[in-house]
Design a protein. Sequence first.
Length: 315
Amino acid sequence: MSEVIYLKGRTPAVAAGRRFDRTLAELFPEYSRSRLQQWIRSGQALLDGRQVAPDHRLLGGEEVEIRAELQDATEVVAQDIPLEIRYQDEDILVINKPAGLVVHPAAGNADGTLQNALLHHDPRLSALPRAGIVHRLDKDTSGLMVVARSLVAHRSLVEQLQQRSVHREYLALVQGEVTGGGCVEAPIGRHPRDRLRMAVVESGKEALTHYRVIERFSAHTLLQVRLETGRTHQIRVHMAYIHHPLVGDPRYGGRLRLPPAAGEKLREALCAFRRQALHAQRLELLHPASGEAFSVEAGPPADFRHLLDCLRATE
């Protein structure tokens, strides 16, 4: 089974001097860079109507046209991995992803991912890019993800994400006492020295994070966070940038900080929480078929709730 897709776009002015394949991946993030490189080499992805190499350097403002046959994702095998499905119909699935589950195969995670699980749940998803996955959560972030079940739904969801009309709301437990709500508007890009991390850098992509205080503790704050953009590690980077890193974040949170007055139970809970305290609790979008507003909510998982209970018991 295969589908023919047709995509058009234009390279931004800021892409001048960049590689064609890199910019193509930014224009169409729902497709892997390796797939886009294959389309470039085979002449299925054209720049101003002509075939160029993946490493061709752009001028900025060129027209991009992709007409390609989308083959089944046979390289990713179906695996019987339990899924918590919060909603499904013929067009979309909404999954409540547990912490610890990687979204799609990559270096170091060849299988055992959400994509493997989705292919087992619905083999027809093999005809869609990344089995219908249109956005992602970090491995150790829990919460809601929407998955497309048709090319029409896939196209709609990708467009909504690009137009920022998909609203994503998170619960985040951060270190320190946040005095009030606000927003962080700071560009995010690859860390200049540590390639495994992202950072606020002048050359990064626009990133905007809104937050408001839900509950205060003596040395921590529970926030409701809303993303306006969807950069890699955005909430984790922005919270660390304002000196309120996420509790348990191994990459951006620094060493474990225990409140001086913490009792034994709270100390044990904080020491045991070895992932970022971040949960995607609400998704709101326009349903791809009906066009009507659609939303799903899911409360935080047991480990997150236990940590909050310990913090409340200490107050």
